[in-house]
Design a protein around this ligand. Structure first.
Ligand code: CA
Length: 520
C-alpha cells in the first residue's frame, strides 16, 4: 500500500439497504455543508466521516432505518441532508425474547472447500496449536509477582536453549481469593482458567503456581490433574510457595525454573505439520468500532467466516450486548430448535445480569463509538452481527466453556475486548481476528491476533499495527468477497506462523476474567 494516499475527493456515502433512509459519509474528515452527493442531495451541515445523513425529510417520531432495521426514531424534525446522530435519535426497546423465530431461516450448507491447509502443531488431545508457548497457570493473584520474576529469568536463561518454543507466558489474573467461591457465577472464572490451560497453543503442558492458603486450590482449579492422590501432576506440575521446602525467595524461583525447564524440553520437540483448515478454531470480535465496522471489516470477516465454515473449521462469534438487538436474526439461523433455545437462554441470563447491576445493553456504547458515527447499541449491534457471515449457527457455549464441534458457534461472552478475548481463549481458539474502526493496539501473548482496520485512514496512520485494511471496500477499491478471501488466506498464513504486527512488536494485553459472582 502506498504511503501517499490522497483519499477520495468526490463526496460519497454508503447506504446499506434499499429501505434505509440514512446513509453514512465515506470521505476522510467528513463533508462540509453544501457538499453535493451523487444523488443530488445537498448536505445542510457539516457531517463527520462515518456519520449518517438523512436521505429524505424525517418528521419527529419517524423511524430511522439502517441495515434495513429500525435503529431509532427521530427526536425532532430532520430535513433531508441533516446530520443524524445520537442526540437526535431515540433508541427503541430491545426485542422481546418471547415469540422469536426458531430455526425458520436455516441457511443450507454451502459446497465444502477442500484442499486448504496450514502448518500447525498437533496435540495428543486432537487439538492443533498455531504457536508453541509455555503457559504457566496461577491459582491466585498473590503469586503473580513471583511468577513474573521467574519469567524474566526463564526468558534470559532457558528459552535460548529451546529455539522451537515461541515464548513463555504467565496466565495471571485477579481471581482466586477474596471471592465468594461457592456462589452462583463462580464457576465461570474457574472453568475459564481451567480451559485456558488447555488451549491448543500450550501443547498439553500444564504447569501451575499456587500460594497455598487461597480459596481456589489446585484440586479445585484442575481436578483432573491434581485431585487424585496418585494423579501425575502432584509434585510434578505444581509449585506451592508456602510449602516448607521453600526457604526464601530464590528457592521459589529455582523450583519454578526447574519445572519450566521440563515442560520446555517437551515443547521444544513439537514440530509444525500440515493440517487441514478444518483444525482452525477462529475467535472473532470487534473493538473500538465505528460506523464502517458493519460496512467494511465485519462483512469481509463474515465472508471469511463462511469460507472457514465451508473448509470445516470452527468459527466463534460472541459479544452478547452486540447481538441482543438482532437476536431474532440469530434464532432464525439456528441449525436446530435446541440451538435457538440456548441462544435465548444466554440472552436471558445476560439481561438479568445487567438488570442486577441496574444497567441495560445501552451501557455498551463508548464515546469513541459515537464519534465514529454509531448512534446507539442497535446500530452498533447490526454492524457487529455481520461478522457472523451467513452460515447456520451450529452450537452455543456459555462463558468460559470449551467449544466442541465444527461450524459457526455462538460463544456467549461480554463484549469488552479483553474479557471476550480471554473467554474465546478458554473456548480453545487458535487464531483471533479483531476488527476495529477507532483503532486499538490489542494483542494476546497466547494466540495470534489479526487486526483488521475498517477505514483506510486508520490503516495508513497505524500502518505498523493493523494487519489488514478493509477500508478499501468503502472507497470502492476492493469488494467484500476479495477482502474476505484475502482475510481467509491471511488467517491460514498467520496460523502457519506468519507474525502479526502485535507479535512483531511483542505487545499483548492482560487476561481479564469474567466474574459474575460476588467479591468478599
Ligand atoms: Ca469487543
Amino acid at each position: 500500500m502506498s504511503t501517499e494516499h490522497p483519499g477520495i475527493k468526490i463526496p460519497r456515502c454508503i447506504r446499506m439497504n434499499s429501505r434505509d433512509n440514512v446513509a453514512i459519509i465515506v470521505n476522510d474528515n467528513g463533508l462540509p455543508a453544501g457538499a453535493r452527493l451523487e444523488s443530488g442531495l445537498v448536505l445542510r451541515e457539516f457531517i463527520p466521516q462515518g456519520h449518517k445523513v438523512a436521505l429524505s425529510d424525517l418528521a419527529e417520531g419517524d423511524e430511522v432505518l439502517r441495515y434495513g432495521v429500525v435503529i431509532g426514531t427521530a427526536a425532532r424534525e430532520l430535513p433531508a441532508g441533516s446530520w443524524v446522530n445520537e442526540r437526535v435519535l431515540r433508541m427503541p426497546e430491545p426485542p422481546s425474547l418471547e415469540g422469536l423465530p426458531v430455526s425458520t431461516a436455516v441457511p443450507p450448507p454451502e459446497a465444502p472447500l477442500e484442499g486448504y491447509t496450514f502448518e500447525g502443531y498437533r496435540n495428543a488431545d486432537g487439538g492443533v496449536g498455531t504457536r508453541n508457548v509455555l503457559g504457566i497457570s496461577t491459582t491466585v493473584q498473590c503469586v503473580v509477582g513471583v511468577v513474573e520474576y521467574a519469567l524474566e529469568r526463564i526468558r534470559k536463561e532457558l528459552l535460548p536453549r529451546y529455539p522451537n518454543v515461541d515464548g513463555v507466558v504467565a496466565l495471571g489474573h485477579g481471581y482466586g481469593c477474596g471471592v465468594a467461591i461457592d456462589a452462583p457465577g463462580a464457576d465461570v472464572p474457574i472453568r475459564t482458567l481451567r480451559n485456558i490451560a488447555r488451549n491448543p497453543n500450550f501443547g498439553g503442558e500444564v504447569m501451575l503456581v499456587s500460594l497455598g492458603c487461597e480459596k481456589l486450590q489446585p484440586a479445585r482449579l484442575m481436578p483432573e490433574h491434581f485431585q487424585a492422590p496418585a494423579a501425575p501432576g502432584i509434585g510434578q506440575d505444581l509449585v506451592r510457595l508456602q510449602d516448607e521446602e521453600h526457604i526464601g525467595f530464590n528457592s521459589m524461583i529455582d523450583s519454578i525454573m526447574a519445572m519450566a525447564d521440563e515442560h520446555l524440553q517437551r515443547l521444544n520437540a513439537r514440530r509444525r505439520e500440515t493440517c487441514p483448515a478444518s483444525e482452525l478454531v477462529v475467535g472473532m470480535q470487534c473493538g473500538g468500532s465505528d460506523a464502517f465496522s458493519g460496512v467494511t471489516a465485519n462483512p469481509a470477516l463474515g465472508f471469511a467466516s463462511d469460507l472457514l465454515v465451508r473448509a470445516g473449521a470452527t468459527v466463534m462469534f460472541s459479544e452478547v450486548t452486540e447481538v441482543r438487538d438482532g437476536i431474532g436474526q440469530l434464532t432464525a439461523r439456528a441449525a436446530t430448535p435446541d440451538v435457538a433455545r440456548e441462544l435465548i437462554s444466554q440472552m436471558d441470563w445476560y439481561d438479568q445480569y445487567l438488570n442486577r447491576g441496574q444497567a441495560d445493553r445501552s451501557a455498551n456504547t463508548t464515546p469513541g463509538n459515537k464519534r465514529g458515527g454509531l448512534s446507539n447499541i442497535v446500530e452498533k449491534a447490526m454492524g457487529s452481527i455481520v461478522k457472523s457471515g451467513s452460515s447456520a449457527i451450529q452450537g452455543v457455549i456459555g462463558p468460559g466453556e470449551r467449544v466442541q464441534g465444527k461450524g459457526l458457534i455462538y460463544a456467549a461472552t461480554p463484549a469488552g475486548d479483553f474479557v471476550c478475548g480471554t473467554l474465546q481463549l478458554a473456548a480453545g481458539m487458535n487464531v483471533h481476528v479483531f476488527t476495529t474502526g477507532r483503532g486499538t493496539p490489542y494483542g494476546l501473548a497466547e494466540v495470534p491476533v489479526i487486526k483488521v482496520a475498517t477505514r483506510s485512514e486508520l490503516a495508513r496512520r497505524w500502518h505498523d499495527l493493523m494487519d489488514m485494511d478493509a477500508g478499501r471496500i468503502a472507497t470502492g477499491e476492493a469488494g467484500i468477497e476479495d477482502m474476505g478471501w484475502e482475510l481467509f488466506q491471511l488467517i491460514l498464513d498467520v496460523a502457519s506462523g506468519r507474525r502479526t504486527w502485535a507479535e512483531h512488536w511483542g505487545i499483548s494485553n492482560d487476561l481479564v476474567l469474567f466474574n459474575p459472582g460476588p467479591v468478599t
